[in-house]
Each structure stands twice: as C-alpha cells, then as structure tokens.
Design a protein around this ligand. Structure first.
Ligand code: HEC
Ligand code: HEC
Ligand code: HEC
Ligand code: HEC
Length: 350
C-alpha cells in the first residue's frame, strides 16, 4: 500500500521538474529575443574591457525626431554691393554682400525667433536702431558663432555650428545654466555639504554637487583628481570636494551626450590618456571651448540683458555641453548646417 502512495508523488515531482525546465528555457529565449530586439550596443574598446554604449531604439527614434535639421535657404552671391554700402549700422557682418546679409537675417529669424519675426531684435521702424537688447545680444552671438567655427575646429571640426544648434527655433536655448548657490552655503559650518544631495538636470540626476559648472566650465579649476603616486605624498592631491565636483561634471558630460563613462574612459584607469578613446581628447577641447565661450562671450553680456534674464546671483546665462549636444554624442546627430553658411564662418559648400 505504501508504494501506491509514494510512486505518484515522484511522478508529480518529475512532471514539475519538466515543467520548470521547459518554462525556464522558453523564458531565456524570450529574454534573449527581447534584448536583441530592443537594445543596440556598440563596442568602442577592446573586447573584455566593457567599453560598450547601449542604446534603446525608442530613445534613438526620439533623438532623431528632436534633431530634424531645417533646410538651408538658397546660397547668396558674395558679389555685388556690400552690406556696409547699403545699410547704416553694420558692425560685425562687414565682409558680406548685401545679398548674403539678407540671407543671414532671414535664416537667424527662422532659427531663433520664428514666431516673433524680425521685430524680436529690431525696432521695425528703423532697422539700424540698436535699442532692443536682443539685437545687441544677437550681434555678439554672430561673433561667437564665427569664433566657434573658425577657431574651435579642434572640437567642432568642419561640422561647425549655426544659431540653430543651440536655439532650435527658441529665443532662449533649452539648455542654459546659471551659478546655482547651495541652499546650505550660508547655514554655518555644520550644514555645508557643497550642494550635494540635490539631483538636477546639471548633475545628471545624481546626488553629486549641484553646480559643477561654475568652477569647471566657467572657472578654470583643475578637473584631474587621481593621485599620481602609489602612496599619498606631499603635496597632497585633490580634496574630496574637488573630486566630487569632477565626478559631477562627468555626470553632466555623460548625460549631455547621451553616453556613459566608457564612451571616453577605460574604467581600469580613468586618468590614463593612453587607455582612453579619441573622444576624450575631443571632450577636453570641448571643456576649453566652453570656458572660453562663457568667459569671453556670454558672461560679459550680463550688463545687456534685462534683470529677468539673469540668474539668482546676477550672472548671465551660460553654455554647457548640453546647450549644443542636447542628448546626442554629436549635436544634430552630426549633420553639418554650417557648411551651407560660409557667412557664419562655416566651410563653404563645394
Ligand atoms: C535674432 C536677432 C535678429 C533678427 C530676428 C533679425 N535681425 Fe536684422 N540684425 C540683427 C543684428 C545683430 C544686426 C546687426 C548686424 C551687424 O552689426 O553686423 C541686424 C541688422 C539688420 C539690418 C541692417 C540695418 C542697418 O541699417 O544697419 C537689416 C536691414 C536687418 N537686420 C533686417 C532684418 C530683417 C528683414 C529681419 C527679419 C527677416 C531681421 N533683420 C531679423 C539681428 C536680427
Ligand atoms: C553655443 C550656443 C549658442 C549659439 C551657437 C548661439 N546662441 Fe544665442 N544664446 C545662447 C545662450 C546661452 C543665450 C542666453 C539665453 C537667454 O537670453 O536667456 C542666447 C541668447 C540669445 C538671444 C537673446 C534671447 C533673449 O530673449 O534673451 C538672441 C537674440 C540670440 N541668442 C541670437 C543668436 C543668434 C542670431 C545666433 C547665431 C548667429 C546665436 N544666438 C547662436 C547660446 C547660443
Ligand atoms: C565625453 C567624454 C567623457 C565622458 C563621457 C566621461 N569623461 Fe571623465 N574625463 C574626460 C576628460 C576630457 C577628462 C580630463 C579633463 C581635464 O584634464 O581637464 C576626464 C577626467 C576624469 C577623471 C579625472 C581623472 C584624473 O586624471 O584625475 C575622472 C575620475 C573621470 N573623468 C571619471 C568619469 C566618470 C566616472 C564618468 C562617467 C560618469 C566619466 N568620467 C565620463 C572625459 C569624459
Ligand atoms: C558650441 C557647441 C558645442 C559645445 C558647447 C560642446 N560641443 Fe561637443 N561637439 C560639437 C560639435 C559640432 C561636434 C561634432 C564634431 C564632429 O563632427 O566631429 C562635437 C563633438 C563632440 C564629441 C565627439 C563625439 C563623437 O561621436 O566622436 C565629444 C566627445 C564632445 N563633443 C564632447 C563635448 C563636451 C564634453 C562638451 C562640454 C564640455 C561639449 N562637447 C560642448 C559642439 C559642441
């Protein structure tokens, strides 16, 4: 009688085992299929180094949709009357023909103020008048754009930028930043945590310092923090605080480009340049460029803007990696608009 009870019990266990094996095999295959279908991974280091970039097709489609480039107006002839012969108050675009000048005006309207039109920068009764702050800012923007395209090829290559790269049809670009005081900075010795624990857009939603950009993309404080000797030795290296700033900036750079750390680094040694990718060198030039643009072009405009455009500490709006990149490893996914705009220092179309 005993056997009669135990035998079906073993049988039931056997069936259970078969079901488990079948189910787990099916789910492994489903899982694999799911992953292969959805994730697009590229390897940008030797195998085994884990230097992969993982992209989700849905996110890639969204990025593509957000980076549709407007068509360029027909080229304008550099011959004929100069803009300075025809107009009264041309201070920057002095080298252009009147035809090229008109092309620039139409294009910047489309790129920066499509809804507002010429009147966003002009007193339309008198186009030569400089009374609107927007015109004065735009004049400096013209100089800045030419400077980027001519003098920062180490970063922007021949791809270059136009106003659209940052503005994308908005008078105020979507990604600007101001000095962001820590709410606890003035709360005495006990409460200074260096702006930690405030996840925001700048620090890649981490709890690292909330404003790494003031010291590192406007100020010129050192970013390298790793020790260069086996044991601590004098002079002792970077403080914990500046190390936190560095990591916060790295989060900012990764988030701005839509990549992870291994786009630039081999995590075996973050500091080692020989192990890093070529993109790290490009990024280094990007850091120098951002400091230059903020220091020489954007911050000095603080006297020109109305008070409502300034930050909580009275500083002018500035650029970060996100201002141009907006989540793409190359702004506008690498499409060059500048090549169609020799007027803005882009390489002329062949
Ligand atoms: C985003 C700002 C902006 C917009 C929008 C804009 N302009 Fe201008 N415009 C400027 C700036 C800056 C100058 C001065 C350029 C210089 O000094 O080289 C200027 C100068 C001019 C001048 C020369 C005036 C003179 O006599 O000195 C004309 C004409 C002109 N713009 C026409 C237009 C027209 C037409 C539109 C609309 C299709 C337009 N602009 C839209 C910024 C703008
Ligand atoms: C590298 C990024 C970048 C490029 C390229 C750029 N801008 Fe700007 N622009 C900015 C930033 C940052 C501001 C400050 C935003 C603000 O005004 O609050 C700004 C502000 C402006 C404003 C003032 C808007 C306002 O209402 O306060 C005008 C006008 C303008 N830009 C025109 C231009 C024109 C025209 C070009 C191309 C010749 C251009 N910009 C290229 C980043 C850029
Ligand atoms: C787009 C390229 C890029 C990305 C992405 C990036 N870094 Fe960096 N990283 C750099 C550059 C460039 C420097 C050197 C800056 C300098 O020398 O001024 C650097 C420096 C560092 C340093 C200091 C090394 C030293 O010599 O002390 C550390 C640590 C670091 N990165 C960590 C990270 C981490 C962690 C991430 C991901 C959250 C990351 N980085 C993402 C480009 C990048
Ligand atoms: C003025 C606009 C602008 C700003 C600001 C900017 N970049 Fe770029 N960046 C570009 C352009 C344009 C390219 C494409 C160059 C090319 O086609 O090779 C680029 C390319 C790069 C690349 C190479 C990507 C690749 O796939 O090879 C890296 C890395 C990079 N930028 C990092 C940064 C970092 C980090 C910052 C901030 C410190 C920054 N950039 C700020 C315009 C900008």
């Amino acid at each position: 009688m005993r056997l009669d009870f135990t035998f079906p019990k073993y049988l039931a266990l056997g069936y259970l085992a078969v079901v488990i094996v079948v189910l787990s095999t099916v789910s492994v295959f489903l899982g694999l299929g799911w992953t292969v279908d959805r994730v697009h991974a590229t390897q940008n280091g030797y195998r085994g180094t884990g230097m992969d970039q993982v992209k989700w097709p849905a996110a890639e489609r969204a990025l593509k949709a957000a980076n549709v480039v407007p068509e360029a107006l027909d080229p304008a002839s550099p011959e004929g009357d100069k803009a300075t012969d025809v107009y009264q108050n041309v201070q920057v675009l002095k080298d252009l023909s009147a035809e090229q000048f008109g092309r620039v005006m139409s294009s910047i309207t489309e790129w920066v103020a499509p809804d507002e039109g010429c009147g966003y920068c002009h007193n339309v009764e008198n186009m030569a008048d400089d009374s609107l702050y927007t015109k004065k800012v735009a004049r400096r923007m013209l100089e800045m754009t030419r400077h980027i395209n001519n003098d920062w090829k180490a970063h922007v290559a021949n791809t270059g930028v136009t106003c659209y790269t940052c503005h994308k049809g908005n008078p105020v670009p979507a990604n600007i930043w101001f000095a962001d005081p820590s709410p606890q900075k003035d709360a005495g010795v006990m409460a200074t945590n260096d702006g930690m624990g405030h996840p925001n857009k700048t620090n890649g939603s981490s709890s690292l310092p909330r404003d790494p950009l003031s010291p590192l993309l406007f100020g010129k404080e050192p970013i390298r923090v790793a020790g260069t000797t086996g044991l601590p030795s004098k002079p002792y290296g970077a403080s914990i605080q500046s190390t936190e700033q560095t990591y916060s900036l790295m989060m900012h750079m990764s988030a701005s480009l839509g990549v992870n750390c291994t786009f630039c680094h081999n995590t075996r040694s973050f500091s080692d340049w020989a192990d890093s990718t070529p993109q790290r060198m490009t990024a280094w030039h990007g850091i120098q460029m951002a400091r230059d643009l903020n220091g020489s072009y954007l911050d000095p405009l603080k006297g020109v803007y109305p008070p409502n455009r300034l930050g909580p500490l009275g500083d002018a709006p500035k650029v970060s990696c996100a201002t141009c990149h907006q989540g793409a490893n190359k702004p506008l996914l690498g499409v060059s608009m500048a090549k169609d705009f020799p007027e803005l220092g882009g390489v002329p179309a062949k």
